[in-house]
Design a protein around this ligand. Structure first.
Ligand code: 5AD
Ligand code: SF4
Length: 449
């Protein structure tokens, strides 16, 4: 029987992509993936360190592996990802039943390290922050059944926002070669993928550090010209590096979707400075105005932190006012969480948990109303939807997303998965839209032939 591996992923799209990469490497080596932790011969936990809560969740699951390992001592268990990098081999002492510790930049070594463990050569770790990311693996049939996927174009980060652990756990910014990204995109399309989301900590600065070509807008242009790619997206952009050329891409490229995720982090200039974000509130507002001018229908989403050290009531009010002014379609908001190695640890004016929670609740309440009213504004509009498959409710309901990345459920009597269809929005909810299929004359389609 082929050895079975189980992988649990915490954290962001980067980690989802890393888990996918690991899975493809292991499948190519003859392992099989299982969704059941109890059946697995190899258990891997891909961890996130961005906030203390995320880290704690992963550590709790790791703690639970002790009893599994005592029943089945032959299991190989590994901690991967950002917590593995941050805590290093100390994890092997803290959790003696763990065999492997692997940093996010070192995932490509997984098969050699598993061989080493299986051959009885003890525990293994790989935590080198300077490795260059190798060519992304291909694995025939791996994306079968998927319409959309992530594709990593850069690793690491050089920005050192004072709250952020990423530069310490993913190392310095490195761009993957454009040729590899283009080849991988063509391969994914040949495997049935219709939508690619390019991912990186700061995609806007793709190739700028090494003065190579293409830069990010050029890369988008090359990908846009690949036959069969219906939709192209990217995350995450840093406002300080959002060039006019990139904004212009939203008006020019046919596959580039009508959505930008542009983390603002705070609406107060004082706090932005303490965060080392290198832009002001006004600069951010003017960027949004320029993007909207180029693509008036664009969906704008953002990230925001409340309770950063030194955040006064006035600074918090500035954040509230900013979200009133911009009216983000969606906002991911977080309480500031102290992270090891980050320079914000040294800042005075720490807020207590209760105050951070109070601010977060006020902000989230406000944003909830804005999101709902934006979704309601879409009622009556016709949207192009890329169908991803059956909806959660079954009963011939299909689900997909608008170009602006909003989830739409609608009824159709045929499987339209992977197709772009026209849908009239009939109801806007908090987290999704309900629609009905229409033809090119905007008439409701009752039956799809
Ligand atoms: N505390 C709270 N939120 C954080 N983020 C990153 N680091 C922290 C931290 N220490 C948030 C930022 C970032 C998102 C991925 O997570 O908003 O954009
Ligand atoms: Fe992703 Fe950052 Fe979490 Fe690492 S720490 S998984 S890069 S969000």
């Amino acid at each position: 029987m082929d050895p079975l591996f189980y992988i649990k992923t915490f954290g962001c799209q980067m980690n989802v992509h890393d888990s996918d990469t690991i899975s493809q490497i292991l499948i190519n080596k003859g392992y099989k993936k299982t969704d059941s932790i109890n059946d697995a011969h190899i258990i891997l936990i891909n961890t996130c360190a961005v906030r203390q809560k995320a880290e704690q969740k992963a550590l709790t699951l790791i703690g639970r592996l002790a009893s599994l390992k005592s029943k089945k001592p032959d299991i190989i268990s590994g901690i991967i990802g950002c917590v593995a990098q941050e805590q290093g081999t100390s994890l092997l002492k803290r959790f003696p039943f763990i065999d492997l510790v692997l940093g996010p930049r070192n995932i490509y070594h997984i098969d050699d390290l598993l061989d080493q463990i299986k051959e009885g050569r003890g525990k293994a770790s790989s935590l080198d922050l300077t490795c260059e990311p190798p060519t992304l693996p291909t694995c025939n049939g791996y994306v079968k059944g998927r319409v959309a996927t992530f594709l990593k174009i850069m690793e690491g980060c050089d920005n050192f926002c004072t709250y952020c652990i990423v530069p310490f756990v993913r190392g310095r910014e490195t761009s993957l070669p454009a040729e590899d990204i283009i080849n991988k995109s063509k391969y994914l399309i040949s495997q049935g993928i219709k939508e690619i989301t390019l991912i990186g900590q700061n995609v806007n600065s793709y190739n700028t550090k090494n003065n190579a070509l293409p830069t990010f807008p050029g890369l988008l242009k090359e990908l846009d010209s690949i036959a069969g790619l219906k939709r192209l997206r990217f995350i995450t952009s840093h406002p300080k590096d959002l060039s006019d050329e990139l904004i212009g891409s939203f008006g020019e490229l046919k596959s580039l979707c009508s959505h930008i995720h542009l983390p603002v982090q705070s609406g107060s200039d004082n706090i932005l400075k303490l965060m080392n974000r290198k832009y002001t509130r006004d600069k951010y507002i003017s960027l949004i105005e320029r993007i909207k001018k180029t693509r008036p229908d664009i969906t704008i989403t953002s990230d925001l932190i409340v309770g950063f050290p030194g955040e006064t009531e006035k600074d918090f009010e500035d954040s509230l006012q900013l979200i009133d002014k911009i009216e983000f379609d969606n906002l991911f908001s977080f309480k500031y969480s102290e992270r090891p190695k980050t320079s914000a640890l040294e800042l005075p004016g720490k807020l207590d948990e209760k105050e951070k929670q109070r601010r977060l609740s006020i902000l989230q309440e406000k944003q909830k109303k804005i999101t709902l009213s934006k979704n309601k504004l879409m009622e009556g509009t016709i949207q192009e939807i890329l169908v991803e498959g059956p909806g959660k409710k079954g009963d011939s309901q299909l689900t997909g997303r608008t170009s602006g990345n909003k989830v739409v459920n609608f009824f159709a009597n045929k499987n339209l998965k992977g197709q772009l269809v026209r849908v009239k929005i009939i109801k806007g909810f908090q987290n999704s839209l309900l629609g009905e299929l229409v033809d090119k004359y905007n008439q409701k389609v009752y039956e799809v032939m």
